[in-house]
Design a protein around this ligand. Structure first.
Ligand code: ACO
Length: 416
């Protein structure tokens, strides 16, 4: 791909070409989504709130220029891992899968709870997924499709059978609530899917790319290279305007909106086109297009470029704004809940984000979406969740006890 690094992988077993052409085609299985879940925080911030905060804006400007009417933001004690766990539990419930069956947990986020440990490790512990590897992946708003592609590769290569992929972000904690060109755009949330190895398709094609020359267009600069951060304060409009000390500028999200806008409309269309072609589909065969929910005008322009009628483009922007890595899995969940996805449908996901990064994926939806959950299952899940909580507490206690024992023995050794 021009001006970028393009890492493409494609699995075209879905009755298309290249069946035996590539020596790399040693996989046996398709990756299929068998569970899905989402979580959004309770606190709703309508557009009018920005006017109340004294910003020179209006509900009308925000709604017509972005398509956003309201967004959800986290409470003071809600972290990315909290949202991720809730979405993940729902996804496991729908997949009817015990957390022990997971081989890998991938969390796409650019707002992790900590620089280390990873948010994925925290989620692994809280789920009690004792057989799973866990890692975070940061490709900003494109992170979920990046993580999904990674999970797909683990399954297709036979290295994993079940992978939990979560997109979760709380960008509200990095917003400058005095900057009208950014703070009106973002919201918080999490979405999750369970990927499962299947003989039926499945994810058919993925593509991802990056162009770091555009890194300055969309940033939160804080990191080990920018050490003058000062304290981190929640700054989500509820407590960011009531005398709480301001955050260091490095913690704020800064963006060149118009440039990102122009680039995004080209990139999402190109990435989507690529996976449609790679999977042997035509644009007309796409049943539902789920793009990253950033701006309604970006969605419309992308759809026009692609030649996909707007009725086939899913959007829930008005309710949540741009939830970064969570936007596509939340949209997928709501598309399923609203009856827009049926077994056999061809779905295309496409995303873009800071980096700059972009990714797209084409899949044939393989499972019935109206699966009945047995009356007893919620009860069983409740027990499993309590077992996971007890396991977590006892293991943490174990680490402390071992630490104390170590200290005592070291003291004895030193005294000899
Ligand atoms: N209310 C009122 N006026 C506003 C607001 C606002 N909230 N925000 C900007 N304006 C003003 C600008 O100051 C400007 O005024 P001026 O002409 O007096 O200078 C005017 O509106 C037009 O500004 P533009 O920036 O040209 O407005 P545009 O129509 O491009 O919309 C927006 C701005 C919404 C930010 C748009 O550029 C956009 O959506 N860009 C893409 C952003 C995006 O998707 N980012 C997410 C990337 S994903 C990730 O990784 C996080």
């Amino acid at each position: 791909m021009k001006n970028g690094v393009d890492a493409e992988q494609q699995s075209t077993r879905a009755g298309t070409t290249n069946e035996t052409a590539s020596p790399a085609r040693r996989w046996q299985k398709y990756a299929q989504i068998s569970g899905w879940g989402m979580y959004v925080p309770h606190q709703v911030v309508p557009n009018e709130r920005f006017v109340e905060l004294g910003l020179d804006t209006s509900n009308e400007w925000i709604a017509t220029r972005t398509g956003i009417e309201r967004r959800r933001v986290v409470g003071d004690h809600e972290a990315t891992s909290d949202m991720a766990v809730r979405a993940a539990k729902d996804a496991l419930r729908v997949a009817d899968m015990h957390p022990n069956e997971l081989d890998l947990i991938l969390i796409a986020t650019c707002t992790p709870d900590h620089i280390m440990p990873s948010t994925a490790a925290l989620v692994q512990d809280r789920l009690g997924a004792k057989n799973a590897g866990a890692m975070d992946l940061n490709a900003a708003c494109a992170g979920f499709v990046y993580a999904l592609s990674t999970g797909v590769s683990y399954i297709e290569s036979g290295r994993a059978k079940n992978v939990l992929v979560v997109g979760a972000d709380e960008l509200s904690t990095h917003l400058d609530w005095k900057d009208r060109s950014t703070c009106v755009l973002f919201g918080d949330g999490a979405g999750a899917v369970v990927l499962h190895a299947s003989d039926e398709p499945g994810v058919m094609a993925t593509t991802m790319g990056s162009d770091g020359s555009g890194a300055g267009l969309l940033t939160i600069k804080a990191g080990s290279r920018n050490r003058q951060h000062g304290a981190r304060h929640k700054n989500n409009g509820k407590n960011g305007t009531n005398g709480a000390p301001a955050m260091s500028d490095d913690y704020y999200l800064r963006m060149n909106g118009p440039q990102v806008f122009r680039w995004a409309t080209q990139m999402m269309a190109r990435a989507a086109e690529k996976v449609i072609t790679s999977s042997g589909l035509t644009v007309g065969q796409v049943d539902l297009f789920i793009p990253h929910q950033a701006n309604a005008r970006i969605l419309e322009t992308t759809a026009r470029r692609l030649g996909v009628p707007i009725e086939k483009v899913f959007s829930n922007l008005k309710d949540y704004g741009n939830t970064s890595a969570a936007s596509i899995p939340i949209a997928l969940c709501e598309a399923i809940q609203s009856g827009r996805v049926k077994a056999g449908d061809n779905l295309v996901l496409a995303s873009f984000g800071a980096g700059l990064t972009w990714a797209a994926l084409a899949m044939r939806w393989g499972v019935a979406v109206d699966m009945q959950v047995s009356r007893w299952k919620p009860l069983g899940r409740g027990v499993e969740e309590r077992v996971a909580a007890v396991r977590s507490v006892s293991r943490r206690l174990g680490w402390r006890v071992r630490g104390e024992i170590d200290k005592r023995f070291r003291k004895d050794d030193d005294g000899k």
